[in-house]
Ligand binder design. Structure first.
Ligand SMILES: NC(=O)c1ccc[n+]([C@@H]2O[C@H](COP(=O)([O-])OP(=O)(O)OC[C@H]3O[C@@H](n4cnc5c(N)ncnc54)[C@H](O)[C@@H]3O)[C@@H](O)[C@H]2O)c1
Length: 93
């Protein structure tokens, strides 16, 4: 696998921070796989991103299904998924 084939995984991609991280990575020319279960994130947050040729979105619950991380090579993962309630936040993947 070459650098140009490499994908960066962003978990919580439909959330506030995740969707902005995806946008920044695409702007920098990276290929991105975004994962979210829409527990809190929204379709609206990824609508514009979905039109990008280097963005793939997977609807998955990472607490139950981590197959998206199975890869022949190590891939960078930016984890932004969490459950937030008021001032409290809990990692969920
Ligand atoms: N927003 C801020 O100003 C801010 C500031 C400092 C730190 N943080 C931290 O950054 C992280 C992300 O914040 P945010 O504002 O983007 O939150 P957010 O709720 O908008 O995004 C989190 C995303 O994770 C997804 N998610 C949750 N559990 C999942 C699971 N099991 N599988 C797949 N997706 C899952 C949710 O659906 C959501 O889209 C949190 O840990 C938060 O505490 C946020």
């Amino acid at each position: 696998m070459t650098d140009s084939d490499r994908r960066i995984y962003v978990t919580g991609a439909a959330g506030l921070i995740g969707s902005n991280v995806v946008q920044a990575l695409l702007t920098d020319g990276h290929a991105v796989i975004g994962i979210d279960n829409f527990w809190r994130g929204t379709q609206a947050n990824i609508r514009q991103l979905s039109a990008h040729s280097k963005f793939v979105f997977r609807h998955a619950d990472l607490a139950a299904d981590q197959r998206w991380f199975i890869s022949r090579t190590l891939s960078p993962v930016l984890a932004t998924c969490s459950r937030t309630s008021g001032r409290y936040s809990r990692r969920t993947c």
